[in-house]
Design a binder for this molecule. Structure first.
Ligand SMILES: C[S@@+](CC[C@H](N)C(=O)[O-])C[C@H]1O[C@@H](n2cnc3c(N)ncnc32)[C@H](O)[C@@H]1O
Length: 196
């Protein structure tokens, strides 16, 4: 059943207790999660790949959006910063995503070094790690190869980071059969649908 948590419940049960950033940017962060939830509830992915896990908020929201429509997804996340954020964020991410996904795997990797063979196929790939132009374009490119036909690549920060916006638009210019939608959110979502 589609039922997103109240923002108060998200604050109390999804946000990592030691996450000062999340506390500072609440409730905007909850709006961000709600949009991810709606996107996954619309596309109903059976498998989710994410570049940029941090404490697992978007991974949780995307997985819950699919699960609430009756499709329990698998989740594979990539993040380079696992040591710097400490095991706290990774174990928090694993814990919250596991409540709404089937198998959950978080791999420590720098997306700049990933090649297409490293990425499992997925119905939805969420791009939210390297926000430089070259980094975002590389992530979108390998995400596009991993996405299943009819699947989606979701890019965060489309309205917030000019380099990300430029990377999305350049990808679309080079791949005109991909269908694109823009969804307003805290920092803007670009939804890119892979042709069948
Ligand atoms: C904006 S946060 C992700 C937030 C998360 N998607 C969410 O919405 O809750 C970006 C994450 O990407 C990671 N990151 C940044 N550059 C990266 C890179 N080149 N390779 C892998 N991870 C990277 C950082 O460690 C950080 O955890």
């Amino acid at each position: 059943m589609l039922a997103f948590n109240t923002f108060e419940a998200i604050f109390n049960t999804v946000v990592c207790p030691g996450d000062a950033f999340a506390r500072q940017y609440f409730p905007e962060l909850a709006v961000h999660m709600f949009r991810k939830y709606q996107i996954a509830a619309t596309f109903r992915p059976r498998s989710i790949v994410e570049f940029g896990v941090r404490a697992g908020y978007s991974g949780w929201a995307l997985s819950k959006g699919a699960t609430d429509t009756g499709v329990v997804p698998t989740y594979v996340g990539f993040d380079s910063d696992i040591d710097q954020n400490g095991p706290v964020f990774v174990s928090h991410a694993r814990k919250i995503i596991s409540t709404v996904a089937g198998a959950v795997e978080i791999r420590q990797a720098d997306t700049r070094k990933l090649v297409p063979a490293d990425i499992p196929k997925a119905d939805l790939v969420h791009v939210d790690a390297d926000h430089s132009y070259a980094g975002a374009l590389h992530e979108i490119s390998i995400a596009s190869g991993a996405a299943s036909p009819g699947g989606v690549v979701v890019s965060d920060d489309f309205d917030y980071m000019l380099d990300v916006r430029r990377a999305v638009l350049d990808f679309l210019s080079a791949n005109p059969r991909w269908f694109a939608m823009h969804v307003e959110s805290w920092r803007g979502e670009a939804i890119l649908v892979k042709p069948r």
